[in-house]
Design a binder for this molecule. Sequence first.
Ligand code: CAA
Length: 245
Amino acid sequence: MTGRVAIVSGGIGGLGTAICVALARCGRRVIAVDLDRGDAVDTFRDAAAGLDIDFRPLDVTDFGACGASMRAIESEFGSLDILVNAAGITRDVTLRKMDKLQWDAVMGVNLDGVFNLCRHAVDGMISRGFGRIVNISSVNGQTGQFGQTNYSASKAGMHGFTMALAREVARKGVTVNSISPGYCATPMVMAMADDVRAAIVQSVPVGRLGTAEEIARTVEFLTADDAGFITGANIPVNGGLFMSF
Ligand code: CAA
């Protein structure tokens, strides 16, 4: 069904904007929620031009603000059918040097943010008998990564959350899945040291970084009306960097 209402957290970020564009192009009414980050909002508006995509400033670490924002969107747009949790940050540093703020910041956005939005989304989805939740995790939540105890823990936590919630809402027409992107050409990955990134790309079987559009394609697939039998799953989109079954 076209006209489904989709919220994308981190919607003005590297993966988020591509996800908004992909969903809008297949007939979704999209609302990007994110911090109001000046220049990034301008870039987002350029990408969203001509498409049914709105922007609402939101700090996903604020539980109350998430509730207020979701209620406002639900009442303005008449529904909330798809939730994509793509808000994520890194504070890469080895554990011996990591301070509490670096730990809390990453857990707050990457994991608390998922709880804060899902908690306010599921009741409406259940009552309408339809919902699609997609949590954007990471290959580094599956393998762990040097210098990312905070990030890897938050992304692995998203998998547990996804599977548990998937069980709770499976009989209500709501699916909950995660995607584990590998290294994609986003500002987050391009901010890494060039030599560290080059060494990682070298080890990727397809021999290149992924694109945000390749992740967005997977979100489009999982959020389709006829994807109702896929739930509690994790879809790796990593160029073969980590193969498992
Ligand atoms: N593997 C093995 N050893 C490493 C290493 C690595 N990847 N990185 C650093 N080291 C070594 C250093 O050579 C150094 O060794 P010595 O003590 O013998 O000199 C030691 O570990 C400590 O290094 P640093 O003092 O530089 O450590 P640091 O805490 O300042 O920071 C780091 C290290 C910059 C985080 C580095 O480990 C790194 O870049 N890691 C990769 C992080 C990464 O992949 N980030 C991805 C961001 S994008 C993303 O996350 C998106 C996604 O989902 C895929």
